[in-house]
Design a protein around this ligand. Structure first.
Ligand code: HEC
Ligand code: HEC
Length: 387
């Protein structure tokens, strides 16, 4: 069987972060536009005679490059530059008319692409799965013209054809990129696989069998079968791209709940962001448990469609749900944890004991981590001791 590579998969992505020195296609557009203006100046210099038509060649190349960035913002700025030149040469009326006529072209050429990036100081650091300190980036592709069914705000149902990626960098090396995609209309119609990057970092190869210590780092890559061990724990199957996790302000180029609402991508848009209850410690602890524990420990787990070994009993629920955000005490982390959390006494709480180790018969989370998240443990201790 011919292995699929991430390069084949990513033909479909238009906008992705990390294109060489330009982190964002919009930055590249600025440079293209600036060069275009210089060329236009050259072209308009009658003194150069017919030689000035030489400038048409780089201009055509720049135009092509602009189209390939699929950046609507970049095209708009080019349009603004052209309109300024036209106003100068032909007067305002012609310039405005030309501007209006070009707008449909921008909509077609600019494409529509959503990109997510929950990192970079969005304050979401604690609403993230601990992955032994790996740096993570995420992207989503929603098929054109589709919406996410948000009629159940706690369990978004994604349209067929949705693709989500998550990339892991460990010790500065890009190790793996996971692809999770919805291949049919049913809730469980998701398939996932991890792609492991080559040593030269140019391409990545589908690795359904997983890998240990990939690329010489301490990073382990899960098998395709293990994806459902965690992702099968919620009806949505997507774990981090949710109303609660996206209630943040994304850095430029990233996506947050407001961005999704503005783009018209939610079937039932909420009226605003969802704030977590309590003070900072409580919010951080609740967010931590939601992101790290609730995909297994929640009372709404769908019937298992993957390996059952990580299917815990349903009494515990560490999940956050939009109608339980009124006060910390209303959340599952308080209501369902009698016996495993002793208020005021972290030493006597099983939760702290289990998250503080990675060896022995039982530790939490049981999968996907070999190092203790010291900051996470400290956070849970503080939270419980102050209860
Ligand atoms: C140990 C549990 C676990 C395993 C195993 C796991 N994931 Fe995830 N995954 C998560 C959690 C939790 C999130 C959301 C939080 C985050 O990304 O930090 C997530 C997020 C993702 C995302 C970003 C979209 C989303 O759901 O938020 C992708 C893509 C992804 N995983 C793909 C995969 C694939 C493919 C596999 C199998 C090769 C896999 N995962 C195995 C727990 C897991
Ligand atoms: C990959 C799935 C998975 C994840 C993620 C996970 N757990 Fe568990 N957890 C289990 C399983 C399986 C058991 C053992 C079976 C059982 O007793 O229900 C368990 C048991 C427990 C228990 C003991 C329950 C008891 O009755 O004694 C606690 C407490 C616990 N987990 C806390 C956590 C915390 C806190 C986190 C997050 C830091 C977490 N778990 C993350 C699957 C998971």
């Amino acid at each position: 069987m011919k292995p699929t590579t991430i390069a084949n998969e990513q033909k479909l992505i238009w906008r992705m972060r990390g294109t060489g020195i330009f982190e964002d296609p919009n930055d590249l557009c600025q440079v293209i536009t600036a060069c275009g203006v210089i060329c236009a100046y050259g072209l308009s210099r009658k003194a150069s005679g017919t030689r000035r038509y030489f400038w048409l060649a780089p201009m055509a190349l720049l135009a092509l490059a602009l189209v390939y960035t699929h950046s609507r913002g970049g095209m708009l700025s080019t349009l603004a530059a052209i309109m300024t030149l036209m106003t100068y040469k032909y007067g305002t009326r012609v310039a405005v008319a030309g501007g209006f006529l070009s707008i449909p072209a921008i909509i077609v050429l600019g494409g529509r692409q959503t990109e997510i990036d929950l990192e970079d100081g969005t304050g979401q650091d604690r609403i993230q799965l601990w992955s032994d300190g790996a740096e993570k980036h995420r992207w989503i592709l929603l098929p054109k013209g589709t919406r996410i069914d948000t009629s159940d705000m706690d369990n978004w149902i994604f349209p067929e054809g949705t693709k989500v990626w998550k990339e892991f960098r460990r010790d500065g090396v890009r190790v793996e990129t996971r692809l999770f995609q919805k291949v049919g209309p049913g809730e469980g119609d998701w398939v996932g696989v991890a792609y492991v990057w080559s040593a030269d970092q140019r391409d990545a190869i589908a690795t359904p069998e997983g890998a240990t210590d990939a690329l010489g780092t301490a990073h382990d890559v899960p098998t395709a079968g293990q994806c459902t061990g965690c992702h099968g724990g919620r009806t949505s199957r997507v774990l981090g791209f949710s109303a609660i996790q996206l209630s943040t302000t994304a850095p430029p180029g990233g996506l947050d709940l407001q961005g999704l609402i503005a783009a018209g991508r939610l079937s039932d848009p909420p009226s605003g962001d969802f704030a977590l209850p309590g003070d900072e410690t409580e919010q951080n602890a609740l967010g931590y448990l939601h992101a790290n524990c609730s995909h297994c420990h929640n009372q709404h787990r769908p019937a298992s469609d993957g390996p059952r070994c990580y299917d815990p009993r349903k009494e515990l629920d560490f999940g956050l749900y939009v109608d339980e955000l009124g006060a910390p005490e209303r959340t599952g982390a308080y209501r369902t944890t009698e016996g495993v959390i002793t208020p005021g006494d972290s030493e006597d709480s099983d939760v702290v004991d289990l998250v503080s180790k990675r060896s022995g018969r039982k530790h939490m989370p049981p999968l996907g981590t070999e190092l203790v998240d010291e900051d996470g443990v400290e956070l849970l201790r503080n939270w419980i001791d102050r209860m």
